[in-house]
Structure formats: C-alpha cells, structure tokens
Ligand binder design. Sequence first.
Ligand code: MOS
Length: 733
Amino acid sequence: MSDKQHSIIGAGVPRIDGPDKLAGRANYAADNLPADMAYGYGVFSTIAKGKVARIKVDEAKRMPGVIDIFHHGHFPSLYRTPSSFAQGNKVEETRLPFEDERVYYEGQFVALVVADSFENARAAARHVEVEYASESAVANLAQGLDDNGTQAGSGNHSRGDASGAFEDAAASIDVTYHTPVETHNPMEMHASVAYWDAQGNLTIYDASQGVVVERNALSKIFAIAPERITVHAPYIGSGFGSKLWTWPHAVATAAVAREVGRPVQLVVPRQQMFTTTGHRPETRQRMRLATDANGRLVSLRHESINTTSFTDQYVETCGSVTKSLYSCPNLTVSHATTQVNRGTPTSMRAPGAAPGLFALESAIDEMALAAGVDPVQFRLDNYAERDESQDLDFSSNHIVEATNRAAETFGWADRNPRIGSMREGREIIGYGMAACNWEALKRPCDARVSLRADGTAFASCATQDIGTGTYTIVAQAVSDVTGIPIDRITVKLGDSSYPDGPISGGSWATATTLPAIAGAARNALDEMKRYATGDNGVFAGASSDELDVVDGGLRNAGGKQASFAEVLDAARYGSADGEAHTEAADSQYSYRSFGAHFVEVRWDPGISHLRVSRVVSAIDVGRVINETTARNQVEGAVVMGIGMGLFEATEYDERNGRPVNNDYAEYVVPVHADQPEIDVILLDYPDLAFNEYGARGIGEIGITGLAAAIGNAVHHATGKRIRELPITLDKLM
Ligand code: MOS
C-alpha cells in the first residue's frame, strides 16, 4: 500500500452512520415493529433467594389485551448452551429462563406477560400474584465469605518466592482495596424483537454486541441449526459489556414469540438492567508489595476475590495486568469468587483491569511513598522490559514515552509533594497519576467486499458498531485498499447472516475486522483485474500484475486508466467480489497497550466539594485508524473512569440483597458539569507484528488506572488514602 493510499488511515473521518443517527433513521432493536407484533412485560422476583411457591395468573389473564402469561409451570422446554467462548456460543447466565421455581436474585424473571400493547402487558404483569418461599439471602461479598467461603478462580500466576522476598525487603505495604458493584447504564436499554416464520426460522432484533455468538447460543438453546437463526443489531446505543452475551430476556422473548405465533417485543426496564443483564462485581483485593533499598520491587502479591452468582462462576481477573506491568521477580496473582444472591456478573469496560488497576496503581503509589520515591520515578524505575509472566517480548511498548509526555504536558514537575501544600483560593489541589494497560487481542474473522458496476463498494461483516466508529473505520479500510471515496462505500454490520465477525468487545474489533476487510477488498481487486485482463477486458491480454489500483480504477504502465465501473461494464459483470478469512494473532509476542493518566483534583474543604479538574492521558495503542473516534474512545473512558472513581456504586440492602439505587436518578454517573479538561495524547506507533494496520484497539484502556490516578491525587490533596470506591465525600470528612 502506498503512502498516498494510507492517508485515509488515521484521518479523523466523521462517523458515516452519524447522519442516520441524527435524523432518526437508525433503527435500534426496539424500533423494529413487525406487523401483528405483541408486547412482552416481565414479572420480576421481589425476593433474592428462595422459591416461587405459587403463582396466580387468572385475574391477570382476564385483563384487556392479554394473550398469554408464561412462568415456570407454563413455558416451552429449552436446552442449555455449553456456553463455550471457544465454540462461540457463550452466555453469562447459563440457567434458562423459567427453568424451575428457584429464585437466585431479586429482579429475576418469574413470569412474562404477552399482550397486544406495551401498556396492557405492563398492567397485567402488575396483577400476576406470586407467593414466595423466601430464604435468607447472601447480600454482599462479606456475607458471601461467611456463607460459602471462596471458590478458586482462573488466570492465576506465580513466579519466584513472593512471601520469602517480602519478609526480607527494605520497605513493604500490606493493604486491601474494595470496589463495589457497578452497573452498565447504556442509554439504550436491552430490548429484543423476535419472530418465527412458517418454516421455523427465527429472526431476532436484539441490542447485542455479538450477533454471531448470540445466533450460536440461541441455536443451542432452541436446538435448531444456526443457519435458521438471524440476529440483527445494526445499531446499539452502547453496551459497555452488558450486551456482549445473550441474557434471559432475549431467550424468553424468542421462546414466547414461537408459542403465541406472533412477533414479540420485550424491552428490559431500567430497574431490571440492574439485575438480569450483568454488572461489574464487587471485589476485595489484598495487595502486598515490597521493595529493596533502591526502590526496586522485589515482591508483589495481588489476591482478588469477587462476587459471583449461585448459578454461574464469573471471575473478575483483577490481577491480569499485575502479572506483567512491572518488573518483579517474585510475584503471585490469585483470583477467587464468593457466591451471593445477585444475577451473574459480566464484563464491564476493561473487565479485571479496571478494578484491578485501581488496586495495583493505588498500591504502587503507596509503595512509592513508603520507599520515599516520586511516584512517576518509581514507575519508571520498575519498568518491565518484557512480559515476565509469559517470558515474551512485548510487540511494541512505549509506556516510558507515554509517561514522560503526559507528565510534561500535565506539568508534574511543578508538583509540591507535600500533602495539601498546593492551594488556589479555597481549593486544595492534588496531583496524582497512574499507569493504564490493556491486552491486545485479534480473533478469527471473515469479511466480504464487492466492487460494483456503478462505482460503489459494499463491505459486510457480522461484527457490530456499538457507537465506537466501526462502520467508519471499515469504510476507511475499503477506501484505503481500493481508492474508492468514502461516500461511495456502503458498510453493513450487525447481521449474523454476514460473514462471521467478532464481538464488539475486548477492544479487539478493530484489529480483528480490518485485516479481514482489507483481505476481502484485495481479493475483489484480484477479480477485478481478472475481468480487466480477460477476453472482453479493458486491458485484454495484459497480465494482472501489470495493473495498478489508482483512485477507484486500474491503470497500466502506459498510463491508460479505466474506472472499476468501466472495467465491469466492458466485461459484463455486475460486480467484482472478494471474501477473506483472517486468523487470531500468533503468540510470538506479548501484545498489550500502554499509557499513563495524570489527574488534577480540587478539594474545597469548606463546602466539602471534590472535583476532577484536569486529566492528561497519553495512550500507546499502536496505529490510530481514526483520530476522531479514537480520541472519543479515550475521552469517554476517562469520563467513565471518573464515574468509577467518584460516583458509581450499586448499593444492595444488606438485609435482603435488593439493589436500592436502581435507576438513573440514584445510580450516579458523571454529567457534563463533572467533566474536566481532558487532553488525550495518542502516541501512534504502528504495531505491525500484530496486524497489517498496526492497530491494537482503544475501547477499554482509557478507563484502566483512572480511578487510581484520582485516588492518588485525592491523597496528595487531603492526606486521606481511600481504599474503597467510589471516593464519596463522606470518606473525606
Ligand atoms: Mo467490553 S467489557 O469487552 O464490551
């Protein structure tokens, strides 16, 4: 690829789906209204543990518009999916809806009303009478440890002799951090619209970050071939991980649509998005760190316990980054779970790393202070040249430059390290920083590209655009390879009938999808050249390798040029098509992204007001494909990190396990008034060992470390070390 062709890669191309979204033409799951559609509304458990003893539906059934009411005594029998990530049929809650009378969490589906309107379904749902045999619920992590102790987790690691080295060290700390449940609150609520045709084929519109995996999971659950299921998710009002895997409401909607013989729509109420569609679990993390007399880490132990449900084990791998971020010969990382009466947790933006780096990067700050070293210098002193956990080189690691550039832009050199010493008017200013880190993954992918006789191009892949810009970067890749301008490229995603693409998660959609798209575009060009050089071709008799691709056409060495439209017209073909399959990344290197956050907080003790006033983040994610959407991802992640640091926590009543702040009013997320100045520095070093674009993905890294940087700044301002998120005002007074 020439430099000229590469100019669109990296450019801040505006989102190509933007106009449709702004004009209301973008259809989200619940916008689909097939003819004769009925509406579902759930009845949700009001206890967190026990059984449905009796369920009375007679009165509700007689209410206006009610078609049927489903519950564990009246529901089709389904099959469990093996829930295998490798097989691509994973779900997070493996229990089938209405499988039995057991209740495992408050807000679990216990009945589902289907009626002719949303209002009628909801009204009838309120008249379904459920009698429970309630048992004492396990309401939080501490109660879980008392009730069932811990179960061993996964992702553990050990090297050297961490406890021996700890005993002999010059300085050490032993501290425990706690992070609460956080609930995903995308603007678009979970919703499903499902219908079956006369041949028994299922179509479902679902708010999904993974249409292929959902198709495969539903194929297991309904025991029909995957080819007979189509999952559509052309637009998603974000998901943050809660829409990665299929949840009970989607299964239930598909099942009841078959029973009533009509399309059924079900929207999950915001309250149940706090119960039945996953959450980031509560964690307790014990950190033991020790240094030698020179401030070098000699021992690091990260022991994490997270809450999981009684139906499934979800491990929050808090130590995933700890294994490789710093050089340390003696290190152990362990993960365990404890069961509580909550729904099954799931990935939330940077699962593992987000709570894990709160603990690690706060502890590193504490260790630096204990060792008497500036926190930036401490990190640079303990820089890991290679991935010591896998004994592999990093493919590309610019964390030192990221740290130094962010420090300089932020003005770290002006920091007076004495606590509370930096003041402006009534406010005390705190400076804090933390590293950020995320793995880079690339999964197998298929894609298709057609170059059409009207001069347009069409690209398709069964991945999704969850608002991050995937449509746009796919168009950029097609334009890059073919020279066709962006406005003549149509990109189709979010449909499981397209070639299999990745989930929109793990920050791997870009690195996974673009090489497959580029490969398909090149294969389409090869077909174009065969047409051009064939019997009726514009360049009949020439050989394909004599032809260059120039500006959406072909040119020979003599300077004769023909557009793709002219080539196809002459050869009498409607399009030149290409498909490609690309493989997962190899394991030659440790592929990771790196960065550093620098945060300024302002604490006004007179009125007990804390705010984040300035953030500088330098991020090393390989090549940036789209300057605008990449910057948006980091800015959005920083905002979400401020939420994690200062506001977000789902509170459960310790007496009964019920989430109490289960709405937008009381589950506090940052609003515009909370936004600081955010300065994002994108390093842009292509990681060509990882894929041909050198891109590692950017969705998650920005939230990692941010809460720790806030906590470290709060400590600098106030002298208080808050080890339990969120850092609310009561903890500072
Ligand atoms: Mo992300 S938590 O992989 O949607």
